[in-house]
Ligand binder design. Sequence first.
Ligand code: CP
Length: 310
Amino acid sequence: MKHLLATDGLDPVVATAVLDTADELKHTLLGREVKKLPTLRGRTVITLFYENSTRTRVSFEIAGKWMSADVINVSASSSSVNKGESLRDTALTLAAAGADCVIVRHPASGAAQRLSEWLAEPGTSVVNAGDGTHEHPTQALLDAATLRERLGSLKDRRIAIVGDVLHSRVARSNIHLLSALGAEVVLVGPPTLLPYGVESLPVTVSHDLDAELPAVDAVMMLRVQAERMHGGFFPSAREYSIAYGLSEKRQKLLPDHAVVLHPGPMLRGMEIASAVADSPASAITEQVRNGVHVRMAVLYHLLASEGAAA
Ligand code: CP
């Protein structure tokens, strides 16, 4: 694997290999006081973030450090991007300075793909840490890792992705990855927050959350992305919460084994009740923990495994 840009088109064999490596790393490090492995000693990983992040940026930094890579964080707000430098020039500068891998988050869909084209010549790997409303592949991989831990195989598991699918790169990456791993995905949300062309995706669609919950193995609540809704938010926040929020009452409709996920950051009380987010069914903290091991596995497959340059 040379880059990780999307789960759309990602070979399920490769995805499973990354998940298996993450699992192995998690068990290797379990209970260890010192987490460092020597695997990426001498390699340089740079995170380049043009949008805010807590989970993705921090877990990539920890992942790189636990693999002994040198990790450097660049945020657009404190770099020469603020003086007008382009994404291309910024990326070429980082590669010239010695980056083996650039992890990029950018508001424009397709930015990570463009970066991988510009960095083909220096041979720098690129990881998409979220590009616009397009994809967030490592989030989908960590979601799959969490679901595998809780449910075992994903084959024929029914997973509901609920809410603002229209603006969600997390949803898009999960739709492709979960279906490639054999799960059935149902998108649940108001018609205004489902993407145009949804019929072409490997999913079924529902507008009735209460009708779907009794038959699912997992429910993935999405953040309502008000910052991407330039024309306003319809339905209103109150209407949305009543129809699509995962309340305590609604949680009772789920089967006992069903897992509750949320990629974060959560709007408690809007998309999900606090009591549900903190309940035993919730795997939200595990998602964050698994994010570190999955990102370690991604860096391993990009920079250290036999197929790294393929
Ligand atoms: N899930 C996710 O991408 O969170 P951050 O925006 O905090 O990285």
